[in-house]
Design a binder for this molecule. Structure first.
Ligand SMILES: C[S@@+](CC[C@H](N)C(=O)[O-])C[C@H]1O[C@@H](n2cnc3c(N)ncnc32)[C@H](O)[C@@H]1O
Length: 302
């Protein structure tokens, strides 16, 4: 005898199937979807990786960031006045920007990814030292916290060699790699907290280690400021760790160069260290005067 399509025994399974079908359809099409939102939405916050200290203002957010402005382009340039930088435009005008830039081998349009520090004319002391200081062709240079990679570009103009970099912000590492492609220089960049990361084996025997670093700043306690910018608080923790790590990175006669507020003199003060300020600032140096620290290898300096 031919079996009927449905028997009373099939009824429960049929009901279950119809119910699941209806629930599934509602889940997919309903604006009040039953699918847990976490499955479809990008997370708004990510857990900090283990290598990052869980406390401290620098790590209050992830990814760690300096800037929250829209992505954009900045030009960086060396001319008779030394280094300077300025706004070019947003990504929307990308085609316009890539056409004429770089205008010369002393100028580059640098993209700025979200969260990445934008090159600032206040940092001129540091950039002019790179251009006018003793860095030579062939020198091996590590740039800590390279951000957009603007300073790695400046270094490459001098060394004409591969530049090494590390930044705590993974977006900055990507940003710097793109800058290196646009600027036509070789960059080996890794992401991680300079204070804790185990750097690749090739990251040693440097002639120079450079860092336009988080500034030591007394009373920097404003919530908004802390969540947007790296800084070294007023205890110089980052500056102190920087000094501690230099002997493992530098050649015996190697030199480190750091930009910070003058207040960092309390920490960046190993034997042989020299400090420089802009000529306009020489008469009156305050805690917040921009100061360049030139630090001989603390492991070998007398
Ligand atoms: C003042 S910005 C300088 C950026 C770039 N060098 C320039 O001159 O435009 C400081 C940079 O240091 C990075 N940074 C802060 N703390 C760090 C850490 N512990 N390890 C590695 N990089 C760090 C930041 O992500 C940022 O890119």
């Amino acid at each position: 005898m031919k079996k009927p399509l449905l028997t009373p025994r099939d009824l429960p399974r049929l009901l279950l199937g119809v119910t699941l079908g209806v629930v599934g359809a509602v889940a997919v099409v309903s604006p009040f979807s039953l699918i847990p939102r976490a499955w479809v939405e990008a997370p708004t916050s990510l857990p900090a990786p283990e290598h990052l200290p869980s406390t401290g203002p620098s790590h209050a957010t992830w990814p760690p960031h300096e800037w929250t402005d829209d992505p954009k382009w900045h030009w960086v340039r060396y001319d008779d006045e030394g280094w300077s930088t300025g706004y070019v435009g947003t990504y929307r005008s990308l085609e316009d920007l890539l056409g004429p830039a770089p205008a010369s081998d002393r100028q580059l349009s640098v993209p700025l990814f979200p969260t990445v520090y934008q090159p600032d004319n206040l940092d001129k002391l540091y950039y002019d030292w790179i251009a006018e200081g003793p860095i030579e062709r062939g020198d091996k240079v590590l740039v800590i916290g390279t951000g957009s990679g603007a300073d790695s570009w400046a270094v490459a103009l001098k060394t004409q060699s591969k530049v090494y970099a590390v930044d705590i912000n993974p977006l900055a590492v990507l940003n710097a790699r793109v800058t290196a492609r646009l600027g036509g220089f070789e960059l080996e960049a890794v992401a991680g907290d300079f204070q804790a990361i185990e750097l690749p084996k090739s990251f040693r025997d440097f002639d120079y280690v450079l860092w336009n670093m988080p500034f030591v700043e007394a009373g920097a306690s404003d919530e908004n400021f802390l969540s947007r910018n790296f800084h070294d608080g007023d205890d110089g923790t980052i500056a102190t760790r920087f000094l501690e790590r230099l002997p493992s990175l530098l050649k015996p006669e190697g030199v480190a160069v750091a930009l910070n507020y003058a207040l960092a003199r309390n920490y960046l003060n190993t034997p042989g260290t020299t400090t420089h300020v802009a000529p306009d600032d020489e008469a009156a140096i305050t805690d917040t005067t921009y100061m360049l620290f030139v630090v001989p290898n603390p492991g070998t300096a007398q």
